[in-house]
Design a protein. Structure first.
Length: 603
């Protein structure tokens, strides 16, 4: 290519051929697949070779649209290009200070020539940078394409340089050609970027399809097992094989329902709150190569599926297989819960008849118990599990207690009968070699249920029953022992009849009607007076007996004035017609309270 200098005229046939060759070379560069930055540098070099300018740069708008940055250059140092782009990029919008020819050419869409930077006072702001790079003159030409102004091509000359009009016209024409070439390069680059994005999207969709196919295959296999009547354990065994990992299923309270390995499920790693659209989303387990997914039934969290020792816990297919598998596990848990509900209902009906029927037919009862997997021909101990008073129980508190008791029983693999009765849970515990004894299982029940409840739980331990006719009496004694303990303020205990001292004698009275009548003769007048006058004479008398018949100590216990206690005791003596200094009267009153605690329904 022939360089044009200030001493030569432009526009000869030879020079025109050089410009045309340069334009053709730019088009071929685009067709070869060069990107916008490479085309910009090629155009800058072409301008330098054809015009005799010393340096050239091609500016385009930055991402903000407020400045112009150098996309490609020729002859300029890397440090200069970096400094201009980072510290002093030409503004697109008008500024408060003087602007260079590059900014003016972009906005005006006309060529702007600067003959000598040092002679122009508006250039003082960037005169030092120009001197450091070694140029004095600038010619800025807008790059005008079909879509408008793409940028600016700036030419730099070391000595001052006056640009003839015909040279400006020729270079402006070439700049327009560069603009068209740049538009083609940009379109091609955008096309490559879009193609790459589409190829990545296709690959992503294909991978997602493969993941969904695999998850669907596992889902169908698990459903077939469930429809074939297989238990939850078989379902998760198949899921564990597909994932190549250990699987543990827990209910919402953390009770283990099934597991393929004895793995500890970390506390506090429950899945986040689920939405209706992603009920079974799996999340990583902190500190473990595993995942955990929620089990959701009727919009409520019913449990969790834990997966441990995954080879690649971040793999999409493992996460999706678990999420689809969790939906089948939810069905299996629902099926299991439904069966458990039916068993509990039937067990409760059977137990109600066993404990309350006037006459129990032993052979029929033994035969019916076998339907529940229980052999009442063997001795059993009756246990009564009950929340201690003082903590508000939720509406489903009894159901939760029943679930906790069943979990403890299931963990022993014992053939025991479990049923709810009122606010209590009743257990018929078998005496069989290899099983814990009754007190041991009572302690387990107390400890586990207390740990899973908002308050404490106590267990009444009845006596062993050799015959089905003995269970009603055993139930009455266990409930009575539990009532006595809880009324006395005892909590978080296992209570057996032998722990009650003299009270056990009253509990074992088979015909308590006369004792109850004796208690009512003494306490009912006071209760009637309390109801009519809204007083607390029964409470005062009970506290007086509990405080060793000392009025001062009683006043302190009830937090009232001693004169108030003296007045109340006088009223009690008048109503009952007794002398509270008489030991025989005090003995009768004490016995009445003991009977009330053991057998009565007193307040």
């Amino acid at each position: 290519m022939t360089a044009l200098t200030n001493d030569r005229a432009v526009g000869s046939a030879h020079d025109l051929r050089a410009w045309l060759d340069a334009a053709a070379e730019l088009a071929r560069a685009v067709n070869r697949g060069l990107g916008p930055a490479e085309v910009a540098s090629l155009a800058a070099g072409t301008v330098v070779h054809l015009t005799g300018y010393d340096f050239c740069s091609l500016f385009v708008p930055d991402e903000t649209g407020r400045h112009l940055v150098i996309l490609g250059s020729y002859g300029l140092s890397v440090e200069y290009v970096t400094r201009v782009n980072a510290e002093r990029p030409p503004r697109i919008t008008p500024g408060a200070t003087a602007e260079g020819p590059t900014s003016r050419a972009y906005r005006s869409q006309r060529p702007v020539a600067l003959v000598d930077i040092c002679a122009d006072p508006t250039c003082s702001e960037w005169e030092a940078a120009a001197a450091q790079e070694g140029y004095r003159a600038i010619l800025a030409l807008p790059l005008t394409g079909v879509g408008g102004v793409l940028g600016v091509i700036s030419c730099y000359s070391r000595p001052p340089r006056d640009v003839p009009a015909d040279e400006v016209v020729l270079m402006e024409t070439f700049a327009n050609q560069v603009a068209l070439t740049m538009e083609a390069a940009i379109r091609r680059e955008r096309g490559r970027t879009e193609n790459a994005r589409l190829r990545a999207r296709v690959a992503e969709l294909e991978e997602r399809h493969r993941v969904e196919e695999r998850a669907e295959r596992v889902h169908r296999a698990l459903l077939r097992l469930l429809l074939a009547g297989e238990p939850l354990a078989r379902v998760i065994e198949h899921l564990a094989r597909e994932l190549g990992a250990d699987v543990v299923v827990e209910d919402a309270d953390g009770n283990r329902l099934a597991a393929t390995a004895d793995r500890h499920c970390p506390a506090g790693a429950a899945p986040p709150a689920h939405r209706a659209s992603d009920e079974y989303r799996a999340v990583p387990i902190d500190g473990e190569n595993g995942l955990v997914a929620p089990i959701v039934l009727a919009g409520e969290l019913a449990g969790r599926v834990w997966v441990f020792d995954l080879q690649d816990p971040g793999a999409a297919w493992q996460r999706r297989v678990l999420e689809r598998g969790a939906s089948v596990v939810a069905l299996a848990v629902s099926k299991m819960c439904t069966a458990q509900e039916v068993e509990w209902r039937l067990s409760r009906e059977f137990l109600d008849e066993l404990l309350t029927a006037p006459a129990v037919d032993p052979p029929a009862a033994v035969s019916r118990a076998r339907h529940f997997g229980v052999d009442l021909a063997l001795p059993h101990t009756l246990l009564v599990v009950r929340p201690d008073p003082g903590v508000d129980q939720a509406s489903n508190g009894n159901r939760s207690l029943l679930t906790q008791v069943q979990h403890v029983v299931n963990a022993t693999a014992a053939e025991a009968l479990v049923a709810a009765r009122g606010g209590d849970v009743i257990v018929l515990w078998p005496h069989r070699p290899g099983l814990p004894d009754a007190r041991d299982i009572a302690e387990r029940l107390r400890g586990h249920c207390t740990s899973c409840s908002p308050g404490t739980v106590s267990v009444g331990l009845g006596r062993a029953c050799e015959n089905v006719t003995e269970y009603a009496d055993a139930y009455r004694l266990a409930v009575g022992a539990l009532n006595l303990t809880q009324r006395a303020g005892g909590t978080d205990r296992v209570v057996a009849l032998g722990d009650l001292g003299i009270y056990r004698l009253l509990l074992q009275v088979e015909r308590p009607d006369e004792l109850i009548e004796f208690m009512q003769q003494i306490l009912d007048p006071l209760r009637s007076y309390d109801r009519r006058r809204d007083t607390t004479l029964v409470e005062t008398l009970r506290a007086f007996m509990r405080c060793g018949c000392n009025a001062t100590v009683t006043a302190e216990a009830l937090i009232v004035h001693p004169n108030t206690i003296s007045y109340r005791l006088h009223r009690i003596e008048e109503i009952l017609g007794v002398d509270l200094h008489d030991p025989q009267a005090l003995l009768r009153i004490q016995l009445a309270f003991v009977v009330d605690d053991v057998l009565g329904a007193g307040t």
